[in-house]
Design a binder for this molecule. Sequence first.
Ligand code: RIB
Length: 296
Amino acid sequence: MNNIVVIGSCNLDITVLANKRPVAGETILGTGLNMSPGGKGANQAVAAAKLGAQVTMVGCIGNDAYGDIFEKTFANYGINTDYLIRLDDVTTGTAHITLAEGDNSIIVIMGANAHVDATVIDHAWDAIKEADLVLVQNEIPLSTIGYIANRCQKEQIPLLINPAPAGDLKPEWLAAATYITPNEHELASLYPHMSTEEVLLHNEEKVIVTLGKEGVSYAKDGHIKTIPAFVMDPVDTTGAGDTFNGAFATAIVNGKSLEEALRFGNAAAALSITRLGAQGGMPTRDEVMSLVSTKE
Ligand code: RIB
């Protein structure tokens, strides 16, 4: 029980640092540039592997220099890349990030991630069917998420859907998931006619809403519970949500209770924002355990 399959995106994150965000039509001088591996799928895979899970990454990258970076990164963390497909004639995904005024804004160019389709999933099924938990996010075609949800439900494979960035996931796909981890905006777009409280109470111990500095909330026994965040001085919040998901998943496959897993996820996410880059600040298990113990 420690086997996670992540099906998702690989983006080379091209981050521009600046003191302010330019308005339309304005040119300003930035203060720095950082290029590092990212993408919600790759980030969640690395977060989980760094925390001790056995991870398989399923996805597509280009046959280019950015693709090489991912091969090296995954090898570095012992992530299985047997089902990471390299494609000719398409570039590895890229994320164009502005880090200014204490927050990020991101434009993603899907590139090879747009080719993660049902054939890629079928090809990887030998690994997927052995997973203790499958993780998906919305940076691959949404129809593929539907395909994964249907197959996982049929074969009773636990599935975590991290619906980021917001996208139109069908109710039957959401019903097939074991866990869904939206932020407040994503939750509102998935359940437009319900309040956050209603969604949580109708989906006890399944929908976990992430609330940034406030922590995370979920419902149990007819009550909403909030697990508070650990407060840190942020250097770069990019990838904090991915670290939370990778850490939460790792704790779940290691048999932790939902509450313990959420606390572990919160601690990992808090540590991740203290360094530059989505994967730059991802913590080790010892670092997370030491932070968790400060609040026990
Ligand atoms: O969640 C953070 C990630 O979103 C970044 O690494 C970037 O690639 C975008 O996909």
